[in-house]
Design a protein around this ligand. Structure first.
Ligand SMILES: Cc1cc2nc3c(=O)[nH]c(=O)nc-3n(C[C@H](O)[C@H](O)[C@H](O)COP(=O)(O)O)c2cc1C
Length: 198
């Protein structure tokens, strides 16, 4: 299956550090790899309504929900490009992930089987110098990938506060050059890794 990357921009401002870093990494993708870029701020999803257990729950075909569902199902690689907001993903990004829960139960979508084996990646910019404060965001993405049986490529981190700052983070720019080059392993919950070492 030829690769098709969906970049989901989760910042609340255009062309921020997260997007700049994601674009640096994407520049390294081979030309035959399709790239689609969607801003979650420009395509806002409605607040997630938990209709998972309602019998009349139907597949969304219109509006931003239909657009993002179709784009997600079509991608071999999903890149969550969310700034670090309060140590986790932005609200735009979180709302998108919440909609996965609806799509998991939507008749005719087969979301879990479709996503299994596909790749999830993260890109984030943060103002904090110590990168370990991004652990909650990394955990959110890793565990979400593990839940769906996806591969997880990790999170490309870059430092910055005002737009453009990340372009001064030389280490991040170096990491961006090879970020998408690896074939990521299947995501595992931490307790599965612990068991694997026994
Ligand atoms: C609502 C909000 C919450 C933030 N929370 C954090 C945080 O928890 N840790 C941190 O290091 N930076 C935090 N920041 C700073 C942003 O991560 C930083 O400015 C980043 O460059 C924004 O990414 P963007 O340029 O792609 O929008 C926060 C910024 C905003 C607006």
């Amino acid at each position: 299956m030829s690769r098709s990357f969906l970049f989901l921009l989760g910042s609340s401002r255009p062309t921020g550090n997260t997007e700049l870093l994601a674009r640096r990494a994407a520049e390294q993708l081979p030309t035959d790899v399709e790239q689609r870029w969607l801003s979650l701020a420009e395509h806002p999803l409605p607040d997630f309504e938990d209709l998972r257990h309602d019998a009349d729950h139907v597949r969304p075909t219109e509006g931003n929900v239909g657009l993002l569902l179709d784009a997600t199902l079509a991608a071999t690689d999903i890149v969550i490009a969310s700034p670090l907001y309060w140590y986790s993903v932005s609200a735009h990004t979180k709302r998108y992930l919440d909609h996965w829960s609806g799509w998991l139960r939507t008749p005719g979508v087969d979301f879990k089987a479709t996503m299994a084996g596909r790749r999830l990646w993260g890109v984030t910019a943060l103002a904090h110098e110590e990168e370990e404060v991004a652990e909650p965001l990394i955990g959110t993405l890793n565990h979400s990938a593990a839940y769906l049986g996806m591969r997880f490529g990790g999170v490309l981190l870059g430092n910055g506060s005002k737009p453009g700052d990340v372009l001064k983070d030389e280490a991040a720019l170096v990491r961006a050059k090879t970020f998408f080059a690896q074939e990521p392993p299947l995501a595992r919950f931490p307790y599965e890794n612990a068991n694997a070492n026994r």
